[in-house]
Design a protein. Structure first.
Length: 456
């Protein structure tokens, strides 16, 4: 596939009226040389590294806490890790820059000004987009210098940070959709066996029968975010994969979203709304609130929520009986959307050797503490962590231990992030009744084809 940098005129034309434009780089700085770590003189003063991330703001809640085990949830766990690093490395301080998820509009503007942060959190399927434009520093030599063993990375994690043979990021996790259950509601609806375990539907007919039973007791079977990825393209991808389909052609040159598999998946999802199995037209916070109030039998969201819901149970709050299982496996084969959080080093026209060395040491610190991040619920990226007794003992991990077997990774193509954005927009129109599933898929196919034709 031919990769071309976009002119500002092309960028503005392609981005007009679509969120997909936010996935392009408006103004790329000159290509940076491959970074090599070489001995450098001690800096005159302490090095300060700007780290840009989402995960929320919990600075005040975790102020001065440095014991890693005291952090809870994505925000708390990473904030404490940052606190600990700063306490132990006054000569290499991390300054946290918070951005709203997913943060790429801000990053693109920073690139345009040739002032990106030194460290940035990035979703793995965005790496080909930025890597194809030479905006990310290859980390191979830095990993070698710091003793970060790339052979310890699980295959999916290593694939996410690799583009055209170069490692462009430090993998941090593999994550994806799970089905979070309130077992109390399942019991109330008569959907448990003699041992009190939920009878998980194994096909669409069983799913509908179970949903009808929950509906009969005045509650929704499941809820999901209908104004964003968590309830649009991500579950749709899972059901497409389960039918043996893919949103990408076999040669990875084109998108294939307007297909029989795509239509069957979207029509099935939309039937949840027309049959009253979900609460219509709600966002993430409302869907989660209904789960935490015991108003549904469960909801679909990611691995990132496991630690938080476990904490709710510990506090004797809803859900009092919490369980989490793999994304609903209802068609012919295992399949679920998956993604990855990665740490990247943006290129700069004037690299600072002292900062590069400090970043390498910070990445080593993060890699050494990947097991701590795994407490969120995400799958760790290191084989040695997955095989450890410490990880296996974490709450609820046995309930989705085979998650990786159904998780399907994004292919390494620059237009993956644009496909995700366009499909999100079109499926949202289905949820609010503006388009039929077929109309949405037909329009999405046209838009993605146009994007690839002009941008790739």
């Amino acid at each position: 596939m031919k990769n071309q940098k976009l002119s500002r005129r092309d960028f503005l034309r392609l981005s007009a009226g679509t969120a997909a434009g936010a996935l392009l780089i408006a103004c790329a700085p000159p290509t940076a040389s491959v970074v090599q770590v070489t001995p450098a003189a001690a800096p005159v003063g302490p090095v300060q590294l700007r780290l840009q991330r989402f995960f929320g703001d919990c600075t005040d809640e975790y102020k001065d806490i440095t014991e890693l085990e005291q952090g809870r949830g994505e925000c708390g766990i990473f904030q404490v890790m940052t606190n600990k690093w700063n306490a132990e490395h006054p000569d290499m301080m991390i300054e946290t820059l918070l951005v709203d998820w997913p943060g790429y509009d801000r990053l693109n503007a920073q690139f345009a000004a040739d002032d990106p942060p030194e460290i940035v959190i990035m979703h793995g399927h965005y790496i080909p987009n930025y890597g194809s434009r030479d905006l990310l520093v290859p980390l191979d030599s830095i990993f070698e210098t710091e003793g970060i063993d790339v052979n310890d990375f699980i295959n999916a994690a290593r694939d996410y940070v690799t583009y055209e043979g170069k490692i462009l990021g430090l993998p941090w996790d593999v994550h994806g959709d799970l089905w979070h259950l309130n077992i109390g509601v399942w019991k109330e609806a008569g959907l448990v066996d003699s041992e009190g375990k939920p009878q998980i539907p194994k096909n669409t007919a069983e799913f509908i029968a179970a949903a009808d039973k929950v509906k009969a007791i005045g509650k929704t079977f499941l809820d999901l975010q209908q104004d964003g990825l968590n309830g649009t393209v991500w579950p749709w991808l899972g059901f497409v994969y389960q039918q043996g389909g893919s949103p990408f052609s076999a040669d990875l040159q084109q998108a294939t979203v307007d297909t029989p598999e795509g239509l069957a998946a979207l029509e099935f999802m939309y039937s949840w709304s027309t049959n009253g199995y979900i609460t219509p037209r709600i966002g993430y916070s409302d869907a989660e609130e209904r789960f935490l109030r015991g108003q549904n039998a469960g909801w679909i969201t990611g691995t990132w929520a496991v630690d938080f819901y476990s904490q709710q149970t510990e506090l004797d709050a809803e859900p009092k009986e919490y369980m989490v299982v793999n994304f609903p496996q209802l068609f012919g084969k295992p399949g679920a959307w998956s993604g990855s959080h990665c740490w990247v080093m943006p290129t700069r026209t004037k690299p600072d050797q002292a900062k590069i060395e400090a970043i390498g040491k910070f990445f080593k610190y993060l890699n050494d503490n990947n097991s701590n991040w795994a407490r969120t619920g995400h799958l760790p990226v290191r084989k040695s962590v997955i095989d450890s007794a410490e990880y296996r003992a974490l709450p609820h991990r046995a309930e989705y231990a085979d998650f990786a077997e159904s998780a399907v990774a994004w292919p390494r193509v620059p237009f993956a992030s644009a496909l995700e954005s366009i499909m999100d927009e079109e499926i949202q129109k289905v949820w609010i009744g503006d388009k039929t599933p077929k109309e949405a898929l037909t329009e999405a196919q046209k838009r993605i084809d146009d994007f690839i034709k002009h941008a790739i």
